[in-house]
Design a protein around this ligand. Structure first.
Ligand code: FAD
Length: 391
């Protein structure tokens, strides 16, 4: 006997679970399938185990997409306030860490438990893959555990980031299968790699974290940069990585809000007897100050203005030229994805095939670091969950 549902949601991640809950609470018969052994694996490791589940201030400007307007409607239909209200209803304690980012006080497991409770009315099948899909009036899915039929199909299988957690290109194949385009997926929010010469000096600074202003063109972020054994990471670098074209350089200001050139020239007269390392150490972490001071042992008074000017300019406008990134294995998200052109922004439903929905990270909507990607998962899941109709 072929089982029949109002909707099959493929992918039991943040977007799929939330969508399933919204649809099930509207009285629809919902089946959620996931090929992994447990639901919400990314939720569990997110935010260092505390899940940065949203951000207090979310707008379309916090997302990358070939169509920067697409996310507006779904984001307006389900806001951070709406998700916070749910979190509070479930008695989950949370706090703002920085820049509006909200984290659980306890554990990310609380968010997953809440989602599972919200979709208690849906049937969840784990360890089930989809072999074939077709549409003939309704959707027919040949799964690894039999054939199921549904009037609606929600693809919520995420992007390519972290294959070891079950990421696949299923959404892109499904998009193509049903005539949708795909904006080429690429790693985003990802550590950057450099040539051997750069890595040599970065390695010496491995573990050093510094507050910086990082920029490429008009895009800029003020967050921490972290030197690693392989290159650069930390929130500032992850943020800028999403905006970098292959081969593009970016700039780092190691003294944001300070004209380093003026500071150094002033120190030459005011702190004539101090060493360069000590002066830099007032504005930079000690190991970074030592790196920029190099082998210089002269007092400030003995350093030529030209040398100080050049160093000041370097501190405010240090140019980095990455050779690449650590790839999907380390990328927090995937930029690109199912092209939004043929999706209805209010519902994430296909314009080509009514009843087909793409939500979450699978879609060409990619958030900044800071809770924005989960907010997109909730908002797009909610938009689809509300729009699904029994057919
Ligand atoms: C280490 C890490 C930390 C993060 N921290 C945060 C954070 O704190 N805040 C934030 O906003 N974002 C964070 N993110 C990003 C966030 O986790 C994702 O954007 C979000 O999980 C996307 O939700 P989704 O439901 O679209 O996809 P996913 O959560 O990736 O879920 C997709 C589901 O589909 C399943 N699936 C995949 N392929 C198939 C297939 N072929 N058949 C069946 N099932 C399939 C997968 O097993 C998975 O369960 C983090 C990401 C990582 C990797």
């Amino acid at each position: 006997m072929i089982e029949s549902f109002d909707v099959v949601v493929i992918g039991a991640g943040a977007a799929g679970l939330f969508c399933a809950g919204v649809a099930a609470r509207r009285g629809l018969r919902v089946l959620v399938l996931d090929h992994g052994p447990e639901p919400g694996r990314k939720i569990l490791i997110s935010g260092g185990g505390r899940c940065n589940f949203t951000n207090m201030k979310v707008g379309a400007e916090n997302f990358l997409s070939a169509n920067p307007h697409f996310s507006k409607s779904a984001l307006a239909g389900f806001t951070p306030k709406d998700f916070i209200a749910l979190v509070e209803r479930y008695g989950i304690a949370y706090h703002e860490k920085t820049l509006g980012q909200l984290f659980c006080d306890g554990s990310a497991r609380q968010i997953l438990d809440m989602l599972l409770d919200l979709c208690a009315g849906a049937e969840l099948r784990l360890g089930v893959g989809v072999r074939e899909m077709s549409h003939d009036g309704g959707f027919v899915l040949e799964t690894t555990r039999g054939v199921v039929k549904a009037g609606n199909l929600v693809v919520a299988t995420g992007g390519l980031s972290i294959p070891k957690l079950g990421a696949t290109g299923f959404a892109y194949e499904a998009a193509k299968r049903f005539g949708h385009g795909v904006v080429p997926p690429r790693p985003a929010l990802v550590p950057l790699t450099f040539g051997a010469q750069d890595v040599a000096w970065m390695q010496e600074l491995a573990g050093v974290s510094a507050p910086v202003r990082i920029s490429v063109g008009k895009i800029r972020f003020e967050e921490n940069l972290l030197f690693t054994h392989r290159g650069l990471s930390g929130p500032a670098v992850l943020q800028i990585s999403s905006y970098l074209a292959p081969g593009a350089a970016f700039e780092v200001d190691f003294c944001p809000g300070l004209r380093a050139e003026e500071m150094l020239l002033e120190a030459k007269t005011r702190r004539a007897k101090a060493g360069l390392k000590a002066v830099l150490g007032e504005h930079l972490p000690a190991r970074l100050a030592a790196h920029f001071a190099g082998a210089e042992t002269r007092n400030m008074a003995d350093l030529p203005d030209k040398t100080l000017r050049a160093l000041g300019q370097k501190l405010n406008r240090f140019s980095f030229a990455p050779t690449g990134s650590e790839g999907f294995a380390k990328a927090e998200v995937t930029a690109g994805g199912v092209d939004t052109t043929e999706l209805v922004s209010k519902s994430c439903e296909s314009r080509k095939l009514p009843g087909l929905f793409f939500i979450g990270e699978a879609v060409d909507v990619t958030g900044w670091l800071g809770g924005y990607n989960f907010q997109w998962a909730w908002a797009s899941g909610h938009a689809a969950g509300q729009a699904i109709q029994a057919r």
